[in-house]
Design a protein around this ligand. Sequence first.
Ligand SMILES: Nc1ncnc2c1ncn2[C@@H]1O[C@H](COP(=O)(O)OP(=O)(O)OP(=O)(O)O)[C@@H](O)[C@H]1O
Length: 577
Amino acid sequence: MIKLLRFLSPYKGRVRIMLVLMFLQMLGTLYVPTLTADIVNKGIINGNLKLVWGIGGFMLLIAVLIAGVSILQTYLSTSVFTGMGRDIRSALFKKSQSLTINEFNRFGPDSMITRCTNDITQIQQGYMAAIEMLLPAPIMAVAGLLLAFSKSPALALLIAAAMVVICILTVWIGSKAMKLFAGLQVMLDRINRVLRENLAGIRVIRAFNRSEFEQKRTDKTYEEYAFTAIRVNKIFAVLLPVIMVIMNVCTILIIALGGQNVANGQMEIGDIMALIEYAFLILMYLVMGIMVIMIFPRAQTCAGRVNEVLDLCSDRSGADTPDDCRAVVKAPKLEFCNVTFQYQGAEEPVLNNLSFTADIGKTTAIIGGTGSGKSTIASLIPRFYDIQSGEIRIDGENIASMSEENLRERIGFVPQKSFLFSGTILDNFRHGKKDVTLTEIRHAADIAQISDFIDSLDEGYETRVSQGGGNFSGGQKQRLSIARALVRKPEIYVFDDSFSALDFKTDAKLRMALKGEVKDAVAILVAQRISTIMDAEQIIVLDEGRVDGTGTHKELLANCAVYQQIAKSQLSEEELS
Ligand SMILES: Nc1ncnc2c1ncn2[C@@H]1O[C@H](COP(=O)(O)OP(=O)(O)OP(=O)(O)O)[C@@H](O)[C@H]1O
């Protein structure tokens, strides 16, 4: 929690005003019991009605002032802590965007969502409660005890004893709850994950008649959460009634012992009333402080989880060392030099000592069996992952020494799984290029063979796209994703199996139109279908992470066994000859 205090610094001014208002509120609250004693001792006992009305009116004025100050303080506190929560969320999101895919996967999207939402809300509430309730507790306790001491040292000691009992009880119970709080946040992560899987995979669940099984699975996660939350509440359910009993016993003892003192002439009746009010105030603030201690372990756990992301030192820096390849000749444009790559946690490398060169103005296609590492090659170009050894160079420069922003600015990436953002079709084109013009959009849509479809829609480019592009077919999503990459006019195009959902006719038309578009760029085309890549100037055949053959379709048909096998399985005798 202390580490996150830096997010309060933009609100220093308002925090100071809040503290002053809080101090004024405490002063007013502590003054009221003294006035109560005066109204009884000097007004009621002496039958001085004028004084009763005078002190009563003054008490009313103080009560109104305390209420006003309290409203102002609550307003300030809400604005400060809501702002702080927004700033932490924004920092966390920014950080999550800067992580490598491996680092991001350490937390996972579900945990990241919980951290960005519920965890920050808990932190926000924790800070708010700490300043509004925990901070005044010791001040009120000390000041209240001193004032009580001035009325009766013996009864002040009684109040102090009650305080000690309440503190011991709270620390004991709080320590039991602390462990359970940490578990609650992890369970929230799990609920998020199961819910996301269920909602995203709703069609598969229904198609396989797994609704009942999934229902049981979600119920189990809810039950686990509820069970732990109930255990926490059971622990605290004991605390508050016990505190109330202690407070009432304290009041009874003040009345009994104070009554004896009044009878002995050592105290006045008004002082007993003041002492009861002091005891009530001290113990009430103590209880409020205890409430905060209840919230605090959870907020502390959440702060730990948020700091875990914010403090993560990206291991990217290791790969960012400048290389001695800068001096290499300008062309060829994209090179893989002895690249070896292994996924985090995997037993062996996916790519082994892989080398190839992709020239400018030519299409380099990558084909191979499933799991041979084609998509992995595609995702290494924009540096979604860092390689373990070797180099990937663009214009002779190692991509590890480029800033990610500059590198990705030069690449038009079309992922294997098309993804559209919610908004309009136009918004999705703007994801490709912020200041894209309508002419550029139309041109890209023409090449991607999607313009006729968009024109046929009632709202054209303003048509709404639902979450993930759910209201478009697989082929339409693929073509929109391709068009989105085309508007960028990048130096390197990476199409990761991006034509798989297109029919053969559209696939051929698209490739033909693309030829002119990519003539000043490097085009990497990952595909499963031979028909998609047979026109490529260079085809790389991949087998278990190694290059098994390189050449044109004809060359490979003549001398690459793996390619021949793929071709035989997909092409007719006529096409093969
Ligand atoms: N994030 C990941 N973590 C661990 N292993 C992975 C990850 N992604 C892929 N792999 C593994 O790496 C290997 C290569 O995967 P890749 O997706 O590159 O294959 P591919 O040739 O594109 O396959 P396909 O044609 O089926 O899409 C596979 O064995 C896969 O299990």
